[in-house]
Design a protein around this ligand. Structure first.
Ligand code: MN
Length: 250
């Protein structure tokens, strides 16, 4: 007997369920399997890998923007959406997170809610792929990105094992590159301002202080290539560990 294996895909994001980026990704993902959307009800950008533990979570059907695709909105973080989504539909093979309206390159991987959703997927035994694109004055041209998202998914969905990938697409891609994360010093500057009532408030701004090194994610996107960075969850500094293990502990 022949069984057709359909890939079960959970689509989420950190911009919230009403973002045009998630609607575009859910439609593109349909070519690769059965899609279900579970996403935050409001924007959760830069929330990192936060999970909700001190109040209950709930979800509601949210069919707007997702013709024919089952979609739910959640009063929680991107990582919550992955955990809850995997619970609602207990067979999930892969989590696609995005398409984020803004890049998630280099240092920003540490803050990204988009990437955190993909990380949560891997922690729970699924494959996780985060997808982001820079946004200028107008919305991204998702039609121009579609062939490259498809090519990237073709490439990544075929790999076996628990895999975590961070994908960033430039507005007009001319190819795809495998890259490493560009971790460079950056300027996390606090800019003070004044509200209409004369009270002080503050904006957190981020500017990289050094140019991107070739072979990195930032370099690829600056040079119009789609960047795919394979990641791992183990943060151990192997070099430091090996060096210190030589020393005698008293
Ligand atoms: Mn975002």
């Amino acid at each position: 007997m022949y069984y057709k294996i359909v890939m079960k895909i959970l689509v989420t994001n950190d911009d919230g369920i009403y973002s045009p980026g998630i609607a575009a990704l859910a439609k593109m993902a349909r070519k690769f399997g059965e899609v279900q959307v579970v996403a935050p009800d409001v924007e959760q950008s830069s929330m990192g890998h936060a999970i909700t533990h001190s109040r209950p979570l709930s979800y509601r059907k949210s069919p707007i923007h997702f013709e024919g695709i089952e979609a739910f909105r959640v009063n929680g973080t991107p990582a919550d959406c992955v955990a809850l989504g995997a619970h609602i539909n207990n067979i999930t093979d892969v989590v696609l997170s995005g398409i984020n309206m803004g890049p998630n390159l280099g240092n920003s991987m540490w803050h990204s809610g988009t990437l955190a959703a993909a990380k949560q997927a891997v922690l729970l035994g699924m494959k996780g792929i985060a997808i982001s694109t820079p946004v200028g004055k107008s919305e991204p041209d998702f039609g121009a990105l579609e062939p490259y998202v498809e090519r990237t998914l073709d490439l990544l969905l075929g790999t076996s094992g628990l895999c975590l990938f961070n994908v960033n697409l430039p507005p007009r891609p001319k190819g795809i590159k495998w890259t490493r994360q560009s971790v460079r010093f950056y300027d996390g500057k606090i800019v003070p301002g004044m509200d209409p009532m004369g009270r002080k408030h503050y904006w957190f701004t981020i500017t990289p202080l050094e140019p991107a090194e070739p072979g990195t994610d930032r370099w690829a996107v600056e040079n119009d290539y789609v960047s795919i960075t394979p990641l791992r969850l183990d943060l151990t500094n192997e070099e430091e560990l090996a060096k210190n293990q030589q020393k005698q502990l008293v």
